[in-house]
Design a protein around this ligand. Sequence first.
Ligand code: UDP
Length: 459
Amino acid sequence: MAKFKHVLVIPYPAQGHVTPLLKLAHCIADYGVKVTFVNTEFIHAQVMAANPGLDEGSSRVKFVAIPDGLETDEERKDIPTKMESILSVMPDHLQELIEKVKKQSDGNEDEQISFMIADLTVGWALEVAERMGIERAGFWPASASALVMTLHIPKLIEGGVVDNNGFAPKNDLITILEDLPAYKSNDLVWSCPEDPAIHKAIFKYLSSIVHHSKRTNSFLCNSFRYLEAPACSGIPGALPIGPLMASARLVHRRGSLWNEDSTCLNWLDQHPALSVIYIGFGSTTIFGMEQFYELAHGLEQIARPFLWVVRPDLTDGPVTEFHDGFLQRVRNYGKVVQWAPQEEVLAHPAVACFFTHCGWNSTLEGLSNGVPLLCRPYLGDQFLNRSFICDVWRVGLGVDGDENGLITRHEVRKKLLAVLGSEEIRANCLRVKEMARKSVSEGGSSLKNLQSFVELMKA
Ligand code: UDP
């Protein structure tokens, strides 16, 4: 009789990766699969502190941790240093962990790791699995369109579209697949307009995925066919299984790295339907002080209810003094939290639009809840996501910088009003929301893919 395997799931150590992989881990555990979830020691401590009880009880998902080779917070915030350390230190620790599990299993095959789902951004883990004779699949936490671009890096270099550091010498549109909209040259998945060194480091890191991806034939994608049909068809072995959402069952299992301030849900309860602007720029966006002030002034001037996530490290300078005055002035209509239960916020009927950095999880969460988006990307695939949001799915607008690249308070106000007032955008949002719901419902394409993947994992 077919039996389930013991599956190891490993994300890249960052919020936007831990969350979708943890949701996937719980989804497959619900089919009776035993899962061991591997975080770095640092992330593990954060997740456990912010989610007490996550690893207790009868859950089939067990948490373990391995070192990331980094010493300080500063090192972890420095993207090139972090990527280098992950690549050089973690593979050996992962192998040791799998060997340890084997040893502890005392010959019991059911206990030994027999399948691995690795975030493709830690694609080296697939090599560890291959070396150890473990079956495996990759998981891609961004859009399928971003995966297409990443897997085509060698061809982009060969064709002179990008140089060896991932910079596009020309401003031309980039056609990778015929059915896929052409990519803009400044929508490269490894973009970092504010820092060329980071651009280069991300490009180098993503380039390694091309090699590692050859270690598997299955690519689980947190997307759905309706949203990205040409990209999904353009990746042999793609299994779109998204959107992986925090359903009522999963809501406390998404692995926030910080304590969620749920007072904002009560605050939202006090507002009428479609009245609140939600502003959240994910876990890594950093604003210069001038830009931060402009955003704040824009929100102040619009004088509509708003809920804004201001992480303690959202700016590159101290905001305390400004903050106090600002909070005083907007006290009748604005609420600021350090970290929100974002999926519940976006599902709340009071929310009218989402001012976002276009991280893929945030994008999917907005789309799944039918919330119009205002886009201000910061890094990486967020630029590509903005183009899809604004030009392909037409579910939002972008904010534009002035001649110095600054997004002014007037621009913020103007575009927020435009998004809030657009019937067309709202109608498109509702259509995409419905298709997202169908994809993960009984008979839907994503659910079917997930079910056939679970079948594949049976011995
Ligand atoms: N998030 C959250 N509370 C916040 C801000 C973000 O729970 O206040 C979650 C959000 O729901 C999403 C993740 O953090 O699942 C951020 O992932 P995303 O890909 O959007 O952006 P990243 O942080 O990777 O840039």
